[in-house]
Design a protein around this ligand. Structure first.
Ligand SMILES: Nc1nc2c(c(=O)[nH]1)N[C@H]1C(S)=C(S)[C@@H](COP(=O)(O)OP(=O)(O)OC[C@H]3O[C@@H](n4cnc5c(=O)[nH]c(N)nc54)[C@H](O)[C@@H]3O)O[C@H]1N2
Ligand SMILES: Nc1nc2c(c(=O)[nH]1)N[C@H]1C(S)=C(S)[C@@H](COP(=O)(O)OP(=O)(O)OC[C@H]3O[C@@H](n4cnc5c(=O)[nH]c(N)nc54)[C@H](O)[C@@H]3O)O[C@H]1N2
Ligand code: SF4
Ligand SMILES: [Mo]
Length: 761
């Protein structure tokens, strides 16, 4: 039965009634008394118990307030104290209730009975499942060493396995998709150029910006809550907006100028912008003299990269390239190119991202109001534990504060990472897709065990047939998930997790303009026979001899110990509204005042010319490298987000499935007509290697170039166990049988696949 919506007024009333309620989801004595008086009333008039949390539907992690009535979660609101949500949420965040009550959830531990991939399991007790896993892990360790177990994880609880357990166990082979399948090139480029990380919250000073550029970044479809709010504020304040996208995206509609670039040619555009900024003296000479190195080399490098040169490559008219460069330069220093997030596009992505930071540097935008500010990581001590067997986290936007800066070190047997990071690539954090090959070949050494936490292997990593080959070759596959996603069928043992609304979890500390720490507490106890990740990690740890790392008994004890470094504990943090905000140091003036440099490069300056890259045999200044076109009759496959779905995790969420049950393929309308495809007609997509996915409806539209097609990522689920998502839409991951490896960061460029449209439903 649909429940009536909670109005702001009665929600606030509920909040007030429950003020002072315990952190525990159980009703306090006060609430219980109130409940007796009100239980004849409809649920929305009853006092709600409030718990604090951070949203786990996407990696943005907005602070939320969860209302529970009679043991049922009824409403999720943004936490006004939280710098990430500011009291608002996107549609997905509000659908958290539906996500948690999805009837298709994994409910009990499972042990495989059929062949891998068949999806045949028997239910097991937790003791059985944990003992089984521990035995297999120890057998692999005895025979091959601890580094032969890989840990692939994402989603906010991944810390317990991908970071804590992996390091205690002694495997350097831990990885998250949020690096080499998402942000690696921009992080690598930022480290090389400005000597700082970008981190989870892109440091754009929206409030004061006068000119903002979005390169690919498709805000609105990419529905990062506060970014949408910030963009609206910037526009309200009169900031100019330039959007560069081969597709007329939702945010392109809001732009002053939309540049319909030829896919893969952005670096040429950025070089031409630098040419115009320098030749027309639209630069900040003082900033350049004081805070950069290599300006002369850069000026010489771009001297012949004229708008006319770039026009032939990008298919953007030269006068438009010139006009937009002027628009950007004239707003200096309050001009910024938003560092993208999903930046693994064509394989040469670190160089493009360097060019992005260099354009902002030429106008003096780094650390200037309205430019790219300096974020600060919150202070929070780590839980004291014996030295890890392997130092260094698996990287990613989600690493816990206090644990994230260590250098990667080899495992206890002296073996370095099997993905080649620090050997094949310049530095990089981790390269998830490069850990698949060693599972098949045993080179540089065997990987025999796999622990996957909260990452959808078959929808996340390109070259799915290779991943399946790897899954077949392993001695142990442990999957920890909340849903029977496609990869679950390939597991030997499955641990069903309680969702973020049903568990305590590691604190979330976010590097930000105002760094902050927020908490997660359960709104209701775990549903079914599910357990929180911290509990599983500890129970498994105790069974494989890692007792000394799991000295704490509960997550509360662990978190309270960490919070004590801030003079807090969970109860106090709850009482003060779930969030602790610290002071930032966002502007250059903050550093100039105390005579320090915000730039962590070797020179302490923005490195326009990179000695580090030159020394490693890479181009010290970015060059445009063409990306090959596809075969005749094929279109480049572009992909992106829908505002109502996250990756491949929400397609089965009833409330979101109702809003969008399948994806469509965007095709230029004139091209569709030429090929004889009607708008709405169902087609299969077939890639350059003969792999098919679909069928999906054609969206015939003038909003996309003729050389490419576009689809929303995350659809095309095979498993019949996810009843709403099963068989709906096409999978971009299936069609990405190839990727272009970025030799600097280890990122996997995924926009190098091509598809043709094939009739038939
Ligand atoms: N609703 C929703 N929002 C999300 C997520 C989600 O799953 N759902 N995921 C979050 C995460 S982790 C990430 S990484 C971000 C990803 O979102 P973004 O970082 O915004 O991703 P991009 O890949 O930059 O953006 C995709 C856009 O790039 C365009 N594009 C394709 N090729 C090119 C090209 O060669 N040049 C240019 N200039 N543009 C091109 C596409 O047409 C599309 O509009 O979204 C975040 N926000
Ligand atoms: N083809 C293609 N590949 C991509 C992208 C793309 O656009 N196209 N985007 C890339 C980007 S930017 C990113 S950041 C990554 C995202 O990569 P992933 O994070 O792997 O993406 P999801 O599909 O959301 O997978 C999350 C998995 O965690 C499970 N899960 C959800 N909540 C919980 C929980 O509380 N506990 C546990 N244990 N599991 C949970 C979900 O059921 C799902 O199986 O993908 C990358 N790969
Ligand atoms: S942007 Fe939306 S889905 Fe992502 S964390 Fe915030 S509310 Fe949740
Ligand atoms: Mo991402």
């Amino acid at each position: 039965m649909p429940r009536p919506p909670v109005t702001r007024r009665n929600f606030l009333k509920g909040t007030l009634t429950s003020l002072g309620a315990l952190a525990s989801p159980a009703l306090s004595g006060l609430n219980a008394a109130a409940h007796r008086l009100t239980r004849h009333l409809p649920w929305y008039k009853q006092p709600a118990t409030i718990t604090y949390n951070y949203c786990d539907i996407c990696p943005w992690r907005c602070g939320i307030i969860v209302s529970t009535v009679e043991g049922r979660v009824v409403k999720i609101d943004g936490n006004p104290n939280d710098p990430k949500s500011r009291g608002r949420l996107c549609a997905r965040g509000q659908a958290g209730v539906s996500y948690m009550y999805d009837p298709d959830r994994l409910k009990q531990p499972l042990i495989r009975t059929g062949e891998r991939g068949e999806g045949k399991f028997r239910t097991a007790t937790w003791d059985e499942a944990l003992d089984y896993t521990a035995e297999k892990l120890l057998a692999i360790k005895d025979k091959y060493g601890p580094e032969s177990v890989a840990f692939l994880g994402h989603t906010s609880g991944d810390f317990w396995f991908t970071d804590y357990f992996a390091q205690a166990w002694g495997s350097p082979n831990a990885s998250k998709p949020s690096m080499s399948l998402c942000t690696s090139p921009r992080e690598e480029a930022a480290t090389l150029t400005i000597g700082r990380a970008i981190g989870n919250h892109e440091p754009v000073d929206w409030d004061q910006a006068r000119c903002v550029v979005l390169l690919g970044t498709h805000i609105g479809e990419d529905a990062r809550n506060t970014m949408m709010q910030d963009l609206a504020t910037a526009r309200e304040n009169g900031a100019k907006l330039i959007v560069i996208d081969p597709r007329y995206s939702s945010v392109a509609m809001k732009a002053d100028v939309w540049l319909q670039i030829k896919p893969g040619t952005d670096t040429a555009l950025l070089l031409a912008w630098m040419n115009v900024l320098i030749t027309e003296n639209l630069i900040d000479s003082d900033f350049i003299a004081r805070w950069t190195v290599g300006f002369d080399e850069l000026a010489a490098h771009v001297a012949d990269k004229t708008p006319e040169w770039a026009a032939a490559i990008t298919e953007i008219p030269a006068d438009l390239i010139r006009a937009t460069a002027r628009m950007f330069g004239e707003a200096r220093p309050s001009s910024v190119i938003v560092p993208g997030r999903h930046v693994v596009w064509y394989g040469n992505d670190t160089q493009r991202m360097r060019a992005v930071y260099m354009v902002t540097a030429l106008v003096g935008g780094h650390g200037r109001p309205g430019g790219q500010f300096f974020n600060k990581t919150p202070f929070l001590e780590a839980y004291p534990h014996p030295p890890f067997q392997v130092a260094g986290s698996s990287g990613g936007c989600g690493a816990a504060p206090g644990e994230e800066s260590a250098e990667l070190s080899p495992g206890p047997t002296g073996k370095v990472r099997a993905d080649g990071v620090r050997e094949r690539f310049l530095r990089g954090a981790t390269a998830m897709q490069e850990l698949i090959e060693p599972m098949i070949t045993g080179v540089p050494y065997p990987i025999k065990g796999l622990v996957t936490y909260g990452s959808n292997l078959l929808h996340t990593i390109p070259n799915v047939p290779r991943t399946i080959e790897a899954l077949k070759a392993l001695d142990l596959v442990l999957t920890i998930d909340i849903l029977p996603q496609d990869h679950v069928a390939w597991s030997d043992v499955v641990f069903p997790e309680a969702t973020y609304l049903e568990r305590h979890d590691e604190l979330w500390g976010c590097g930000h303009k105002t760094p902050y720490v927020t908490m997660r507490e359960p709104a209701v106890p775990p549903l079914y026979d599910t357990k929180p990740g911290w509990w599983m990690a500890r129970e498994l740890g105790l069974r494989v001899g890692l007792d000394s790392y799991f000295a704490w008994q509960t997550a509360e004890e662990y978190i309270d110990r960490r919070l004590s470094s801030l003079g807090l504990n969970l109860t106090k943090l709850h009482e003060q509204g779930g969030v602790m905000v610290q002071k930032g140091k966002p502007y250059l003036t903050d550093f100039e005042a105390d005579g320090t440099s915000p730039f962590g490069t070797a020179s302490g300056k923005v490195e326009l010319y990179s000695e580090a890259l030159a020394a490693a045999g890479h181009a010290p200044l970015p060059d445009y490298e063409p990306t090959p076109d596809g075969p005749a009759g094929f279109f480049r496959l572009l992909y992106g987000r829908s505002p109502v779905h996250t990756f491949s995790r929400t397609q089965n969420t009833p409330a979101l499935n109702q809003l969008m049950a399948e994806n469509a393929v965007w095709v230029n309308d004139a091209t569709a007509a030429e090929l004889g495809f009607a708008d709405g007609e169902r087609v299969w997509l077939e890639n350059q290697d003969g792999v098919r996915s679909g069928p999906v409806p054609v969206k015939a539209t003038p909003r996309i170039r003729k050389d490419c097609v576009f689809m929303v990522h995350g659809f095309g689920h095979n498993t019949p166990d996810m009843k709403l998502a099963h068989g709906r839409g096409a999978s971009d991951a299936m069609l990405q049988t190839r990727y272009a490896l970025d030799p600097i960061s280890g990122g996997a460029g995924m926009r190098v696949n091509f598809v043709k449209l094939v009739k038939g439903s």
